[in-house]
Design a protein around this ligand. Structure first.
Ligand SMILES: [Ca+2]
Length: 327
């Protein structure tokens, strides 16, 4: 290779790495990783709340009547449980829209949220003086069930610990405050990237790291959703905290193997232990004849949630097992 050619190529490589020119034609280059984007919610489409796109909205009161609400205006969806702490409510990624969340291949959940209010006072479950619940949480569970639940407070984002059981006794660690980082989640609608790769997660904002740690195994909880595969939730999943959040987009970025923008439907497997609570539903005719009870339950959730064009549906048999009732 002529020296001049090599010099030109090195210069081009440097520019390519800086993003100034395409890296085409180089013998050595940082190959751009093909990525596909599965959009689950894009508020700018102005269709309404996330349950008009890739999510289900489910809510339940600890003590009726339910006061949690979702709303939509100007491209932004809002969800509030602030009126009644015992209410749980949130958006569940639809099983027929979620791609397989393969942690070995790696994927990124990108979401844009703002925390407008949050109260977790009195939520210390293990007596260490630190609250263990949050009014806004995101749960991501991969195709082999390992995953991460991140909790948002106005000044901190932190991870839920796993373990064999919940406290008490105080030595139990399941669903207690684990690693956290100071972070202002209330200042503005903020885009987050939650990268899942191998055994680890990493949360960042515009490339700046916020929090990272190991993936957790929450299966000791023993029921939906923590024993599910390919699961995504945003909202308030506890009766021990409340919050108000704004959400404008959610998408999943994953390696492109030629699927294009249409995700492959991946069944969400809910263990038998949770099926009994949801098996009374009636929409099994809408799923394949070979559907298992757990698939029926998921499909029914979708079918039941939109009978009247988007109104809030609170079907006891449906939502009862979906959140951490009584916690
Ligand atoms: Ca709550």
């Amino acid at each position: 290779m002529k020296t001049g050619t090599r010099r030109w190529q090195l210069r081009r490589l440097a520019l390519a790495l800086l993003g100034c020119v395409p890296a085409i034609g180089l013998t050595v280059r940082a190959a751009p990783r093909a990525e596909r984007r599965v959009t689950l919610y894009d508020g700018s489409l102005n269709t309404g709340t996330p349950d008009t796109q890739g999510f289900l909205y489910l809510a339940r009161p600890q003590t009726p009547p339910l006061m949690a609400t979702q709303a939509f205006a100007d491209g932004v969806a809002t969800l509030t449980t602030s009126a009644q702490r015992g209410d749980s409510a949130g958006w569940f990624g639809r099983a027929d829209r979620l791609p397989a969340l393969d942690r070995r291949a790696g994927f990124t959940v990108t979401f844009t949220v703002r925390l407008d209010a949050e109260d977790h006072s009195g939520s210390d479950k293990n007596g260490d003086g630190i609250g263990d619940r949050a009014g806004l949480s995101i749960i991501v569970l991969t195709s082999d069930v390992l995953g991460i639940e991140l909790a948002f407070w106005p000044g901190e984002v932190w991870a839920q610990e796993d373990g064999a059981a919940e406290p008490p006794p105080p030595g139990n660690t399941l669903f207690t405050h684990a690693e956290g980082a100071a972070w202002d989640s209330s200042a503005a609608l903020t885009p987050y990237d939650l990268r899942i790769q191998g055994d680890a997660y990493a949360l960042s904002n515009a490339g700046a790291p916020i929090l990272a740690g190991r993936l957790r195994d929450y299966r000791a909880f023993g029921q939906f959703p923590y024993t599910s595969r390919n699961f995504l939730f945003l909202g308030d999943d506890t009766t021990s905290a409340s919050g108000t959040m704004a959400l404008s987009q959610v998408a999943i970025l994953l390696p492109d193997h030629g699927e294009g923008g249409t995700p492959t439907a991946s069944p969400t497997v809910i263990p038998i232990a949770t099926v009994e609570a949801t098996a009374t539903v009636e929409a099994t005719a809408t799923v394949a004849a070979t559907a298992t009870a757990e698939t029926s339950a998921t499909a029914t959730a979708a079918a039941t949630a939109t009978p009247d064009g988007g109104g809030t549906v609170t079907v006891e048999a449906l939502y009862l097992p979906l959140l951490r009732g009584g916690r």
